[in-house]
Design a protein around this ligand. Sequence first.
Ligand SMILES: CC(C)(COP(=O)(O)OP(=O)(O)OC[C@H]1O[C@@H](n2cnc3c(N)ncnc32)[C@H](O)[C@@H]1OP(=O)(O)O)[C@@H](O)C(=O)NCCC(=O)NCCS
Length: 208
Amino acid sequence: MKILIANESHFKYAPIIAETISESAKIRGTGIAKRTPEYIQKRLQNGNAVIALDGDKFAGFCYIEVWGNKDFVANSGLIVHPDYRNQGLAKQIKKRIFELSREKFPDAKIFGITTGLAVMKMNYELGYKPVTFSELTNDPEFWKGCQTCKNFDILTRTEQKMCLCTGMLYDPEAKEKNAKKAKHEVNSTAFKRLKSIKESLFLKKKDK
Ligand SMILES: CC(C)(COP(=O)(O)OP(=O)(O)OC[C@H]1O[C@@H](n2cnc3c(N)ncnc32)[C@H](O)[C@@H]1OP(=O)(O)O)[C@@H](O)C(=O)NCCC(=O)NCCS
């Protein structure tokens, strides 16, 4: 398995990446921002994406997106092909894209929004903390990405204060201050409870 910084030579993988992301979202039944092959191609060409290949076969992907005048970057679109799951590949991709983000944008805060426990766990291990949406970028272009998510009405209803996703943030300044603190582990039970509270709050209202 090779984990590479993507470039134009990987354009041919854009359709399978887009399809794997949308198929996985359907199966999970969760909302996700839609990514077309054209959108993925743009991310493959600027040195801000990581692709995992097993020989010639697509195995995984993630990209960096820059927001709000480079104050914030997001590690988005993490996907591992179903044939390669549960082997620690997402962890390796996440680590590589995180290191790339730190190398290219050392002063930026790194953030993500997710409904996935796996992503929460990995982010936590990298030093991210759960935060309210007000701590994340206020760049309208980022939040526009949520328009294609099936839960967008919730985000609108709460005036962008909260949604089913949890916001997570790595703040390089805070990280330095806390460098000596012990390693934390994500509390899966608390996260699952938070998610179910949010779902019953927001989705019940939606069904009425
Ligand atoms: C989520 C996903 C990227 C995980 O990929 P993977 O290569 O199977 O993950 P890894 O094997 O590296 O596992 C990383 C950690 O997540 C945990 N994990 C993996 N899948 C999980 C799941 N479905 N639920 C809870 N935890 C999970 C693993 O146990 C591991 O934790 P550990 O280190 O404490 O053991 C993959 O299942 C996927 O592409 N899913 C669809 C897309 C998606 O959900 N993307 C995230 C959008 S926010």
